[in-house]
Design a protein around this ligand. Structure first.
Ligand SMILES: [Zn+2]
Length: 409
């Protein structure tokens, strides 16, 4: 099959790196018209098209990276709906789902998620997998096999999501060994109400285990509208005390938004110093947290993206759940996420930092070889959508083509 091509498109200027001596015009919405060529899976040339009419009504993005998914439970809403739509009931319905969970069901959900993700334009996904003692033993080997099966299309990373207690047990150590061989991470939940003494002890054990097997950690932290930032503060104290080098991601970090400006700015500095990465998950936070079915509320905790970026924290925006007890909507589509997250968080699509949180920071979180910036020599890995302005992208009726390693999908 042919592996070369040339196309005239608009590209967000901040996602394209081109020689300093080349003058690339940028329109008011931050888009530049270019002609891009590729051969054998790599970009071979980028030429400015300074005649606006030549973009052929197409906008090009690098393929996307999903920093936070749960494909072991996606599409389980049909059988396990959470009609109260709050956090507590989501958890209890999730636990009911565990009782009927089999390897076959999990792999079926995962493959449905992967097919959608590939066709919608993702090139890598970090997904959490619920991990608990009564779990069917075949689940992990089935999940690990998916990495190989889909490796041509996307990269996969798995986080074993479990109560923190697991990482203090023998079984936890066995799982950690398996994760070390399969690009896995240790996961857990750090949300109020806290028993601080117990939580700190469990955190120490978890971090030590991660250090022993050179694993990274990705925690669901402070996904709450109470006890602002208490989880992340405990985590910081623990790693400062252990003086360890474990790489840590804090997913959610929603209640940080409720801290006073000064406190948030100081906390942001400590997070940045320890190189802790944050994943904001606006869709599930807006849906579940501080929910009151009688009254609309302005208090909608979600990680304070702008304040954290100002403190030089590496912030990504992820999707979280898809059609499960935690969130009834979504379809592994980066443009669905983008078109809701930007108005919710008041992020301008023409600002570099907004696109960076959706496209570049997630590549760093997953430590991918390519950060997603398109330049000569970068992978020819694109999603090309019909349109010539952001309103077309956010129209909800998007036509797209996906190029994977120089070949149309
Ligand atoms: Zn999650």
């Amino acid at each position: 099959m042919k592996n070369f091509g040339k196309i005239q498109v608009f590209i967000p200027r901040s996602l394209c790196s081109i020689g300093k001596d080349i003058n690339l015009k940028v329109n008011d919405e931050g888009l530049s018209a270019i002609e891009i060529s590729w051969k054998n899976g790599l970009v071979t040339n980028i030429k400015p098209l300074n005649d606006k009419g030549k973009s052929n009504n197409q906008i090009l993005f690098p393929r996307f990276v999903e920093s936070h998914a749960h494909f072991d439970k996606s599409f389980s809403w049909v059988n396990f709906p959470n009609l109260k739509s709050n956090y507590e009931n989501a958890l209890s319905v999730n636990l009911e789902e565990h009782i009927t969970r089999t390897t076959e069901k999990v792999i079926k959900r995962a493959e449905k998620s992967l097919e959608l993700a590939i066709n919608n334009g993702y090139r890598a996904i970090r997904t959490h997998i619920d991990t608990y003692p009564s779990q069917d033993e075949g689940i992990w080997s089935g999940i690990f096999n998916l990495r190989k099966k889909y490796s041509e299309y996307l990269e996969l990373q798995f986080v074993a999501l479990s109560p923190l207690e697991l990482w203090s047990s023998e079984n936890g150590e066995l799982i950690a060994k398996k994760l070390a061989k399969n690009n896995g991470l240790l996961g857990g939940v750090l949300v109020p109400p806290f028993n601080k003494k117990t939580t700190k002890r469990l955190l120490v054990n978890m971090i030590r285990l991660a250090e022993k097997y050179s694993l990274e950690v990705d925690l669901h932290v402070d996904e709450s509208s109470i006890e602002p930032g208490v989880g992340i503060k405990m985590l910081l104290q623990t790693i400062e005390q252990l003086n360890c080098e474990v790489s840590i991601t804090c997913s959610h970090s929603s209640s940080l938004l409720l801290l006073k400006d000064k406190e948030l700015s100081n906390l942001g500095k400590r997070i940045s110093e320890k190189n802790i990465k944050i994943i904001a998950l606006p869709l599930t936070n807006f849906w579940l947290l501080n929910r009151d079915n009688e009254n609309s509320s302005l208090e909608r905790p979600v990680a304070p993206v702008k304040q954290l970026q100002k403190a030089f924290v590496d912030v990504s925006i992820g999707s979280d759940n898809v059609q499960d007890p935690w969130y009834p909507f979504g379809n592994f589509d980066p443009f669905y996420l983008m078109s809701f997250a930007m108005p919710m968080l008041q992020l301008n699509p023409w600002d570099r930092l907004s696109l960076s949180a959706l496209l570049i920071a997630p590549s760093r979180i997953l430590k991918l070889k390519w950060d997603g910036i398109i330049s000569i020599g970068s992978p020819a890995d694109f999603v090309i959508v019909e349109g010539d302005k952001w309103a077309d992208i956010f129209s909800g009726n998007l036509k797209r083509k996906v190029l994977i390693n120089g070949r149309w999908n």
